[in-house]
Design a binder for this molecule. Structure first.
Ligand SMILES: Cc1ncc(COP(=O)(O)O)c(C=O)c1O
Length: 442
């Protein structure tokens, strides 16, 4: 059936309001709560709230509900695994779903060669583990990360972050030896080059050679470069391919490990299982989480076999690779593998639709991305500056019209729907977006 959003009660309705009131009294004030959505249940790309409203989900709970909400294959795998046993601790004992998941993950990105896998509970735990692994393996301390980066909320991860100051403020001292350099951004080139020039000639990585390694840091002290192959929280920025190729070359030249944080860009989102394949650039360590478990908490550190050289007992996790989560992840990968061609096709339709809207609405300054990881950056058409207020208003209005959006960066809407989204649903989303932008322009 071709569904559409259905708003029966202006949100937040009475049930949602009552829940929000209770939540406000007891939950941490650090939670963001983008808009008053109180979810009751979900199915595919559709979300139902406590008052019976139906929304089209174009953000998948921050790119997590990869197979859509409560995909029957994933739910069945979770139920069957839960009925067998909930825990035994993969750090200390053995079970089949853990091995199967690691085997599956080890088979992606074949350019990396033979691999070893460590399972975690979350993206940030994968980042922490990768920092430890990189330092252990190289016996070097320093780490290079990027302006605009987001890697999580634990101490190591926030030390690598540079997207919003509030994520770091007053939490120090943070990890020492972390340096941030500009990230390739063809729309807003840090060196002020034109979009086309920048895309082909990007110098963000090469400035490591031309500047940093001669004036600031000896590359022999650098353990790793941590990079999101597509910037997530920082604004869904698609970098120049040359940027990632240069990083690979520089790492090879200086014995530095290249770490791809694919927590947001992985598990089919780009139309390949990982963005490393999309760009044809293989990292030494690849991090996954978010979409991996369709919402069940699981992450992974996938490293070249020779890089994952830490010995027995040097790293572990009580819950990492929980058997129920492993079952969810195996089922998720099995659902997504045959879906990759459709992700590319539907993603291209969404991209085309957004580019058409950009011709009509001058406030859309840039549409970029790949597969179903697409960012639309909103600007003040007169000045070209980021239109943050407009993006906030758009998010709120779209919610009330039945479309769930989520912003990132200064003024970008990230389009990261469940990967099962269809052409019909994409067209419905675009219609609502058009309606909201027309209203907001008045
Ligand atoms: C690229 C990236 N890395 C790491 C994380 C942290 O993941 P988690 O919230 O599961 O700890 C995120 C979360 O948004 C992310 O986008």
């Amino acid at each position: 059936m071709k569904l559409r959003p259905s708003i029966q009660v202006a949100p937040p309705g009475p049930k949602a309001k009552a829940l929000i009131d209770r939540d406000k009294k007891i939950t941490s004030p650090s939670y963001i709560k983008e808009y008053p959505l109180a979810m009751e249940r979900g199915e595919g790309p559709w979300v139902y709230d406590a008052d019976g409203n139906r929304y089209l989900d174009f953000m998948a709970g921050i790119a997590v509900a990869s197979t859509g909400h409560s995909h029957p294959t994933v739910v069945k795998a979770v139920q069957e695994a839960a009925a067998k046993f909930l825990h035994i601790c993969g750090t200390d004992f053995y079970y089949e779903t853990m091995v199967r998941l690691c085997e599956k993950l080890g088979a992606y990105v074949p350019q990396m060669g033979p691999k070893k896998v460590f399972l975690t509970n979350s993206g940030t735990e994968a980042v922490e583990g990768a920092i430890k692994l990189a330092r252990y393996h190289t016996r070097r301390e320093k780490i290079i990360a990027f302006k605009g980066a987001f890697h999580g909320r634990t101490m190591g991860a926030i030390s690598l972050n540079a997207s919003k100051v509030g994520q770091r403020a007053f939490f120090g001292p943070l990890l020492s030896g972390v340096f941030h350099i500009p990230y390739s951004n063809p729309f807003r080139c840090p060196y002020k080059h034109e979009k086309d020039w920048c895309g082909k000639n990007c110098e963000c990585a090469t400035q490591l050679e031309t500047d940093w390694f001669s004036s600031h840091t000896d590359p022999k002290e650098v353990a790793a470069i941590f990079v999101e192959p597509i910037l997530g929280e920082g604004g869904y920025v698609l970098p120049a391919k040359k940027f990632l190729e240069d990083l690979r070359r520089i790492c090879d030249q200086h014995g530095i490990l290249l770490v791809f944080d694919e927590v947001q860009s992985g598990v089919g989102r780009t139309g390949d299982m990982f963005a490393a394949e999309t760009f044809g650039v293989a990292p030494d360590i690849l991090l996954s989480a978010k979409g991996l478990g369709s919402g069940m908490p699981i992450g992974a550190i996938v490293a070249k076999e020779k890089v994952m050289s830490w010995p027995r007992g040097s790293h572990g996790s009580t819950y990492g690779g929980n058997p129920v989560c492993c079952a969810a992840a195996v089922a998720t990968l099995e659902v997504i593998e045959p879906l990759l061609p459709q992700i590319r096709t539907v993603g291209a339709e969404l991209m085309q639709g957004l580019r058409k809207l950009a011709q009509k609405h001058a406030c859309i300054g840039d549409v970029r991305g790949v597969g179903l990881m697409i960012g639309a950056e909103f600007i003040d058409p007169k000045t070209g500056k980021p239109a943050s207020t407009l993006v906030g208003d758009l998010e709120q209005m779209a919610f009330r019209e039945g479309l769930l959006l989520l912003s990132c960066g200064q003024s970008t809407i990230r389009f990261a729907p469940p990967l099962v989204v269809t052409s019909h649903e994409v067209q419905v989303g675009l219609e609502i977006l058009d309606k909201c932008l027309t209203k907001l322009a008045k």
